[in-house]
Write a protein that binds this ligand. Structure first.
Ligand code: SF4
Ligand code: SF4
Length: 163
């Protein structure tokens, strides 16, 4: 598997993009699955804490100081590549909270149980919508907050609705 052959990152890329287990155990944190050099940097401008480090070149792949990240999700709403997710593995004993960009209409509703998908678009289980976060800017991507079984926190990256 590779981005160039089937659009999926390989395990080395995913491992490199992931915060340490110690950081994940401290609460919500952004995970940037942005692996291609492209001229793009709105995630840097959107971050209020300086967690997205300055770009030396606009084509740089973003680098994140996870210790500065609060998991606010501002960068998700600004990212045109839908490449950023927030994961909170401390949400409850058995569940993780994910914040996922979602640009389809209609948006899911709070309390809805939905099918959740992995990076390949395959259903891997069910999640529950706990909040829809819309930005003040009309162009901002809405965020779906959903809970999933904790073991799926690093696998689920999209959701499906069949209506
Ligand atoms: S989630 Fe918030 S604090 Fe973390 S990198 Fe994104 S904008 Fe910055
Ligand atoms: S805004 Fe998104 S696509 Fe653009 S550099 Fe940042 S993470 Fe990558």
């Amino acid at each position: 598997m590779s981005l160039r052959t089937n659009g999926l990152p390989d395990q080395d890329q995913l491992t490199a993009s992931r915060p340490s287990p110690q950081r994940l155990a401290r609460g919500p944190v952004a995970i940037f699955e942005c692996f291609e050099r492209i001229p793009c940097n709105p995630c840097f401008d959107a971050c209020p804490t300086g967690a997205v480090l300055p770009f030396a070149d606009i084509n740089d792949i973003p680098k994140v100081d996870f210790d500065l990240c609060t998991g606010c999700g501002n960068c998700i709403a600004a990212c045109p590549g839908l490449a950023i997710f927030v994961v909170d593995e401390t949400f409850s004993t058995g569940e993780a909270l994910l914040k996922i960009p979602y640009e389809f209409s209609p948006l899911p509703e709070r309390g809805e149980t939905i099918q959740v998908l992995n990076r390949a678009g395959r259903e891997v289980g069910q999640g529950k919508v706990v909040r829809i976060q819309k930005g003040r800017n009309k162009l901002a991507t809405p965020l779906v907050w959903l809970t999933v079984p904790k073991g799926l926190a690093q696998e689920v990256r999209h959701l499906a609705r069949y209506q």
